[in-house]
Design a protein around this ligand. Structure first.
Ligand code: BGC
Length: 250
């Protein structure tokens, strides 16, 4: 198979895509981003993906990161998308994009795959490696859990209840902006969430991803936990790189 895959990352407000060399994890084209259509129905999002393939003149394999639970090609949740995604075999539709292999994977799981193969968690890729937790702090909170380099998909820790609110309604990157939190206050919230996670899964490393991780230096020092906690290395590209990598997992 060609090592080049078109990777998509469908987020809460944008769709990003780029051609990825899956042998190196490098993007081969400058990532392009378009607004997520509103309402974000399966047909409207599919049309955006097809338009991107047209723009890139792309006929090769495609990997798609989706912001919700994905099982066997079915999109089972999607808090920031139109309800008509729920219970849909969207992979069947996506296969109409190209005659080449197509993968559909949760967006945070995709970012985790990219970070464990090529980024901040790469020393945890071996079969005898410990537990890595990646969280993405964006519109929502996504999570990816690895042990021995293997992914346990669809962990959805962002929906854990913290008091009355789900963690993602309390510590997502979007909440920092909405509630106008300063960096220390935001770091303290992320720390409280990660302390709960630490109790539950005893990670050896926590990787913090999502748009806000670019500012890790500002809020990271306020995350008060025992486990080593580092920012994602692949930044905003991790999701689309990992979605491309997922094609080889099919
Ligand atoms: C979804 C997750 C997703 C995360 C980040 C959450 O609302 O349930 O599946 O990974 O947002 O997009």
């Amino acid at each position: 198979m060609t090592p080049l895959v078109l990777g998509f990352d469908i987020g809460g407000s944008l769709i990003k895509c780029a051609v990825v060399d899956i042998t190196t994890g490098q993007t081969r084209t400058e990532p392009i981003q378009v607004p997520l259509p509103q309402p974000a129905t399966p047909t409207a999002v599919f049309a955006e993906l097809r338009a991107a393939l047209g723009r890139e003149k792309w006929h090769g394999p495609v990997g798609v990161g989706y912001p919700g639970v994905v099982k066997n090609g079915f999109t089972l949740t999607g808090a920031h998308l139109d309800r008509s995604f729920i219970g849909l075999n969207w992979l069947d539709d996506l296969r109409k994009l190209t005659a080449q292999p197509v993968a559909l994977i949760n967006d945070a799981d995709a970012a985790g795959l990219a970070e464990i193969r090529f980024g901040a968690a790469r020393i945890f890729a071996a079969p005898d490696a410990g537990t890595v937790l990646l969280v993405t702090l964006g519109t929502g909170i996504g999570s990816a859990l690895f042990h021995g380099g293997r992914l346990l998909p669809n962990t959805e820790f962002g929906h854990m209840l913290m008091g009355e609110r789900e963690a993602e309604q309390w510590a997502a990157g979007s909440v920092r902006i909405r509630e106008n939190l300063d960096w220390p206050a935001y770091g303290a919230r992320v720390g409280r969430f990660l302390r709960e996670m630490e109790k539950l899964v005893s990670p050896d490393l926590i990787v913090v991803g999502g748009g806000v991780s670019e500012n890790f230096a500002l809020f990271g020092p306020h995350i008060d936990i025992g486990c080593a906690t580092v920012p994602a290395e692949l930044g905003n590209r991790a999701g689309l790189i990992g979605a491309a990598l997922a094609v080889t997992e099919e």
